[in-house]
Design a protein around this ligand. Sequence first.
Ligand SMILES: Cc1cc2nc3c(=O)[nH]c(=O)nc-3n(C[C@H](O)[C@H](O)[C@H](O)COP(=O)(O)OP(=O)(O)OC[C@H]3O[C@@H](n4cnc5c(N)ncnc54)[C@H](O)[C@@H]3O)c2cc1C
Length: 490
Amino acid sequence: MNEFDCDLLVIGLGPTGDILSILARMQGLTVTAIDREPAPYPLPRAAVFDHEIMRIFQMAGVADRIEPLCRVPDRYQFLTATGEVLLDFPISPEGPYGWAETYALHQPAVEQALRARLAELDVDVRLSTTLAGLRQDANGVTVETTGPSGPQTIRARFVVGCDGAWSSVREALGVGLSDYAFDEPWLVLDTIIEEPGDLPIVCQQICDPARPVTHLAMSGNRFRWEFMLKPGEIPAEMVEDSRIRELLEPWHCADRVMIERKAVYRFHGLVADRWRVGRVFIAGDAAHQMPPFAGQGMCSGIRDAANLAWKLALAARSDAPADMLDSYQTEREPHVRSIIETAIAMGRVVCLLNEQAATARNEQMLARKAAGEQDVSVQYPPLKGGLLLETAAAGALFPQPIAGRRFDELLGLSGALVGRELPALDDLPLVRLDLDSPALRPFAAEIDSWLAEHGASAVLIRPDRHVFGVGPPALLLQQWNSRLRLREAA
Ligand SMILES: Cc1cc2nc3c(=O)[nH]c(=O)nc-3n(C[C@H](O)[C@H](O)[C@H](O)COP(=O)(O)OP(=O)(O)OC[C@H]3O[C@@H](n4cnc5c(N)ncnc54)[C@H](O)[C@@H]3O)c2cc1C
């Protein structure tokens, strides 16, 4: 008799828990997901997400539903108090990964679409249900919950805490946080403006030492402003209507705004010390938090989910080697840290209140811009260590060419061996994509040129679309099998 109620129990259904539940279910796991609230958090938080996340939405079968809810902004700018452009990140509507580089969103609408997908996939979702306790042994995890039908016990092979910044799972595991010592209070104002008039439809950081401000045109008629609090300012006073009217004065819209949310947040950078203890993991805000200047908090949680889902699916089906599951933190933590450091560096540019220091910053940045020395391509590093070979391109995202349809449609939820004269794959969870086959021919020129650039005859792409390695196909296959110990498990 099966001792488990489910293969995977997900605790917390924000965007991280939603995507993890969807992908794990699509990988064939039985999934139970609990959330202490009766519905998704109704107020906006994330304002933008990037191409990699839309590609994960594609994998989860929801990109077609989410894309119409979003808007592609055309740039992200850092301005001086007088409107000079210090930094200008153009946003391409056609990136190399099959989607626009950035999308502006309304997080509650996206979360509703993800919840609808959970229902379609028959994930066992239990709302208004809170974690009450957990204990684990060598084979699984026993979780106590409280909910509408009273206390319940759920036995799962694996548990992932996607329960946000104040994670009870992290606390239950006794895992601490390391702190980047960046801690800035900002007033976040979310508004709906039915007649935006000449309000700029852009994402801007206004680096005014008198008061740093973020202005974001989100999707539809939603606009966000974030105002940095100055030393001595009291949060309760900053959210008063009269104060908000004063702050919005430069935008000439105070009489037209419908305020959806006003709250003072502390922007900080935190990373959990351990992301896995035995069969229990943490992901998303439970594992890391960052200031929003790079627009990457939700994105990072969704990347965690995509990294973990296929590994948990393999582990549930086989006797996976411990390093396979340890590779989750090995791969994800340095990536997240690099993003947090970028976000904090952006924050340090923005959050200068000293007039002289701000003038020096402006002069320096304008001089670099004039000399063409600014790097405005936002590139996060490839994954390193973990379940990767030491070859060119390992850990990078494989591009997603479009030739009538998007390349990933050929992969589904699997990884893929791509090249020519490929060996048979038996029943391994990989698809074999021969560049000479009719299905691949439309993509062949672009993939051939990628292979030539990396001096390789074939590439093995993991299910999360990161490159495992490049090289001769038989060698890639042999390494993949041995790293995942697939043959022994079969
Ligand atoms: C002002 C602001 C701006 C932001 N801008 C961006 C941006 O532009 N781009 C971006 O990518 N990110 C942005 N973020 C960050 C983003 O919103 C978060 O990183 C994201 O929501 C985290 O998702 P999560 O699923 O990990 O956690 P959450 O969304 O916090 O979800 C956690 C879930 O767990 C549930 N839960 C908690 N405890 C329990 C328990 N004990 N039992 C059961 N359920 C529980 C909660 O009810 C909740 O549903 C921003 C955040 C803020 C505040």
